[in-house]
Design a protein around this ligand. Structure first.
Ligand code: AMP
Ligand code: MG
Length: 190
């Protein structure tokens, strides 16, 4: 069975690191970053200069980029496609779904994975990441975002019929988390 794994998590949980670990444990797996596809399109339209400006644009514009990225991913073939993306985006118009019905259906995920971390670890990672323009939010808001992510995850799972997995990415345990996910994905084949 071809695997299509959608990996999600709020900014700063260490999702990208976990995803890279999963890809290196799955020979032939392709990694696709949803935000990069959106950013490439937005940059060539001269809408933004960096990826953290995307979420500041009017939602109508973001929707156009989102649909474009989803249709590119929908066409990707391969033994295993791993998608690094978000369940929701904190926009100026409110929390906006990263995986609305048409988008998540088009990607046809076989598995959903939510990466979580403690609010303290998320705050530390966000402020340490100088390559990004991360929003700094209060610890209470991080707790709220973590809870919100679980609700959005259940919706995506229900819309697609794909099983959902929740993993805790504790500091220094990225390798362990990635190996556990590779093992879980191996069950799809046996
Ligand atoms: P990332 O590098 O994963 O943080 O992605 C960069 C940016 O791309 C995010 O801050 C969002 O603005 C956008 N993005 C990524 N995935 C999605 C999605 N599924 N729906 C809408 N916007 C997204
Ligand atoms: Mg990332």
């Amino acid at each position: 069975m071809a695997l299509r794994v959608v990996v999600v998590g709020i900014p700063g949980v260490g999702k990208t690191t976990v995803v890279q670990g999963v890809v290196s444990g799955l020979p032939g797996a392709k990694l696709v970053n949803f935000g990069t596809l959106m950013f490439e399109a937005a940059r060539s339209l001269k809408w933004v200069k960096n990826r953290d400006e995307i979420r500041k644009m009017p939602v109508e514009k973001q929707k156009r980029l989102q649909r474009l990225a989803a249709s590119k991913i929908a066409k990707m073939k391969g033994k295993a496609v791993i998608v690094d993306t978000h369940l929701f985006i904190r926009t100026d118009e409110g929390f906006w779904p990263g995986l609305p019905f048409e988008v998540v259906r088009a990607m046809q995920p076989t598995h959903l994975v939510l990466v979580e971390a403690s609010p303290e670890e998320i705050a530390t990672r966000r402020s340490a990441d100088k390559s990004r323009y991360r929003d700094s939010v209060a610890p209470e808001s991080l707790i709220e975002e973590l809870a919100l992510a679980r609700s959005f995850l259940a919706v995506s799972s229900t819309l697609t019929g794909a099983p959902m997995n929740i993993v805790k990415n504790e500091q220094g345990k990225q390798g362990q988390v990635a190996r556990a996910l590779v093992k879980m994905l191996g069950k799809a084949k046996s």
